[in-house]
Ligand binder design. Structure first.
Ligand SMILES: *Cc1c(COP(=O)(O)O)cnc(C)c1O
Length: 488
């Protein structure tokens, strides 16, 4: 350990903030960084060195070294954190990468609304205060056959709000097979506790029968809750109760309640994904549309805006007018409300669905999910050609291979979507190093999949032809850095 005197001497060698500012001014050149911000970043850098000295290390205390590291901090701070990413994984609703890419029409609507004032809560016809709920409600009703609808921040918020409104201080009955965790700490039992609903579990993990629900109902039961099991499936010796059956049970109960003047027992389904129209060419997944769930007898159905629907993050509840009216008055509807940009994107996305064929072409999530294996083969061949044009020969080889894509986002978990991808085999460098380079070093991070020391690029989740070029350029840059290959 150095003596206290030696430490003091070392610390005195640290440059002053002003000395570093002078040194930095030549490095930064035309970049403009506010003086106070610069001084703060330099202080952080000096503090780090001071601590290193006190810990007995010997950091470089030269003004040039402090200036260079402070410059790194300046650059890191001025770079945006939320950036565009190229999704080459083939996972369509990739929650870590922002779930659904928006349709062009939705993006234009956001731009238009964000840049100026809007009729967010203004009724132009009556020149009076309006409601933000009107913009999407009629569209949602048309598309699902519901009488009324409300959209909030996300589906987790929708579930919380519905349970709080209808099951607070009451019992909500749910099958043990549906007590799921969806990820990001969204657990059905926790959400129920948080909404002050009393959870009544029935059945077993694998089997629940109608009689289990019937036996659990008391005068204080207000909701029979059905939850889509999303990213998990019960297979084998299993049985669950259909919505139709739940409605039959509720109807029998409500006949008795009506005579006693008691509140109705509701059937509510948290559907998760929110499919508005059947997916063409993808059969046997058993995922009902929202309209089908309602037709089965649900009083309320909730679903996400950014999963199979392919819109912005939102949680939508549809059902009868008296029930939705109650939700609109719940304080959570205010606390969890959508902002104008999201409403603009949601309205524009829903409008596309009025023509199912148009939605198929214009909503990226639908287009990607419905891309056939043959279309994926063509797209993979085009991507391979583009990569071969950009990346110098000899450093790697590209091959089109059969691949499986996924819906992601907890939607259609058992569905293998037959697809094709471009597989990269490395002559120089490695799949691991290249994946890290693609994710970090290019102007736009590129996320690909590693499989057996090869790098796979799925064309299914690319949103534009530009992204092909971007993958090619970044790959070429990787090989230039790694192998000294000429990039052109
Ligand atoms: C995804 C999902 C949720 C949560 O929806 P968010 O829109 O992500 O908040 C809730 N329930 C089910 C069944 C889901 O699949």
């Amino acid at each position: 350990m150095p003596s206290p005197e030696q430490l003091n001497q070392a610390l005195r060698a640290l440059p002053s903030v002003n000395e570093v500012i002078v040194a930095l001014s030549t490095l930064i050149g035309a970049e403009t960084v506010p003086h106070d911000l610069l001084a703060d970043l330099i202080r952080l850098e000096l503090e780090q060195r001071r601590r290193a000295v006190l810990a007995g290390n010997e950091p470089d205390l030269s003004v040039e070294s402090v200036a260079a590291d402070a410059l790194q901090r300046v650059r890191a701070q001025s770079a945006p954190s939320l950036t565009r990413v190229v999704n080459a994984t083939g996972v369509v609703i990739h929650t870590n990468l922002g779930r659904s890419a928006l349709a062009h029409e939705a993006v234009q609507a956001v731009l238009d609304i964000a840049e100026g004032y809007s009729t967010l809560e203004y009724d132009a016809a009556h020149m009076a205060r309006g409601s933000r709920h009107v913009h999407c409600e009629q569209l949602l009703c048309t598309l699902t056959g519901a009488e009324a609808a409300i959209a909030v921040n996300n589906n987790a918020a929708a579930v919380l709000m519905v349970l709080n409104e209808f099951a607070k201080d009451h019992q909500a009955v749910i099958s043990r097979g549906e007590l799921i965790e969806i990820g990001g700490s969204f657990r059905i039992p926790d959400i129920m506790a948080f909404s002050n609903a009393e959870m009544v579990e029935v059945g077993t993990t694998n089997k629940t029968h109608p009689a289990d629900y019937e036996r659990a109902i008391t005068p204080n039961t207000s909701v029979l809750l059905k939850v889509h099991t999303s990213n998990y499936r019960l297979i084998g010796f299993t049985e669950s109760v259909t919505t139709k059956e739940l409605k039959r049970i509720a109807r029998a109960e409500n006949a008795a309640r009506k005579e006693a003047g008691l509140e109705e027992l509701l059937v509510y389904e948290d559907l998760g994904s929110g499919m508005l129209q059947p997916l063409e060419g993808i059969e046997g997944h058993g995922e009902p549309t929202v309209a089908e769930a309602l037709a089965q007898g649900c009083d309320l159905v909730s679903f996400s805006g950014d999963k199979l629907l392919g819109g912005p993050q939102a949680g939508i509840v549809v059902g009868s007018k008296p029930l939705i009216d109650r939700l609109k008055k719940n304080p959570l509807a205010r606390a969890l409300r959508l902002d104008k940009m999201t409403l603009a994107a949601l309205e524009a996305t829903l409008r596309l669905y009025l023509d199912p064929e148009r939605a198929r072409k214009a909503v990226p999530t639908l287009r990607m999910l419905e891309m056939t294996a043959d279309e994926a083969l063509c797209a993979a061949e085009a991507l391979k050609d583009a990569l071969e044009r950009t990346v110098p020969s000899g450093v790697c080889s590209f091959e089109v291979v059969a691949d499986v894509s996924r819906a992601g986002g907890g939607a259609l978990p058992m569905l293998d979507i037959a697809s094709h991808a471009v597989e990269t085999t490395f002559v120089c460098g490695s799949a691991q190093a290249c994946a890290a380079y693609l994710a970090n070093r290019g102007a736009t991070p590129i996320v690909a999949r590693i499989s057996h020391d090869k790098l796979l690029f799925s064309p299914r989740t690319l949103v534009s032809p530009d992204e092909q070029g971007l993958i090619g350029q970044t790959l070429a840059a990787y090989f230039a850095d790694e192998c000294g290959a000429p990039s052109h």
